[in-house]
Design a protein around this ligand. Structure first.
Ligand code: HEC
Length: 185
């Protein structure tokens, strides 16, 4: 990496044209950055960007839809088509990504306390492991394995909710009532 940077700098020194175009190196003018550069971006180091929504919103808008996209096909009595398998796989990827997201505190009032709790972290990891099992079922085109992973996923959601979910979701956000997610087009 450092060598590449060094090489680019040398190339520029030798020939001015080697520097054109250099959009990535161009300093970003202050006016091009966010209106409030400190808003939600954190420090400009290699840390993950802070989660700028609540964990509850992440559950509703990401985790719940992705899980639904695993459970529906898992309950299918007929063989899944290639397109259906591809969708299951993408939903599993959403769940794996979400598992990492829910280990960071978001903007919900309880988020900070939840993400440091060892049980919370354990159930987040379990969710990721199970989503990986869903992907393995997809790779093997194995509906029985998909069903088993789907059942495990239900247990994980329920166990974590029993342990942590307040009676009423924080911020008044609750799940979108229509499944599957309707298309906006
Ligand atoms: C690591 C713990 C954890 C896991 C795993 C988890 N949840 Fe949640 N979930 C929560 C908590 C805590 C809340 C409530 C957040 C709040 O109110 O601020 C919540 C809220 C929700 C909500 C919105 C509240 C409601 O009742 O409508 C939905 C929907 C939801 N989760 C779905 C799921 C699904 C589906 C899964 C499994 C695929 C899952 N969650 C896995 C902890 C978890």
């Amino acid at each position: 990496m450092r060598l590449t940077v060094l090489f680019a700098a040398l190339a520029c020194a030798v020939s001015a044209t080697a520097c054109e175009p250099r959009p990535l190196d161009k300093p970003i003018a202050r006016s091009e950055t966010l209106a409030d550069p400190s808003a939600g971006l954190g420090s400009p180091d290699d840390q993950p960007l802070p989660l700028a929504v609540s964990l509850n919103e992440t559950m509703v808008a990401l985790v719940d839809f992705a899980a639904d996209g695993v459970w529906r096909p898992a309950a299918s009595e007929t063989p899944l088509t290639d397109t259906q398998w591809a969708l299951v796989d993408q939903n599993a990827v959403n769940l794996i990504s979400a598992a990492s997201l829910i280990t960071m505190k978001g903007q919900g009032v309880n988020d900070e306390a939840w993400v440091v709790n060892p049980d919370w972290r354990r159930w987040s990891l379990e969710m990721r492991t199970t989503a990986a099992q869903v992907r393995a079922a997809v790779a093997a085109r194995d509906q029985e394995r998909l069903r088993l992973a789907g059942d495990r996923l239900v247990e994980i959601c329920q166990t974590c909710h029993q342990a942590f979910k307040p009676g009423l979701p924080s911020m008044g956000v609750t799940r979108f009532p229509v499944y599957p997610k309707p298309s906006t087009t």
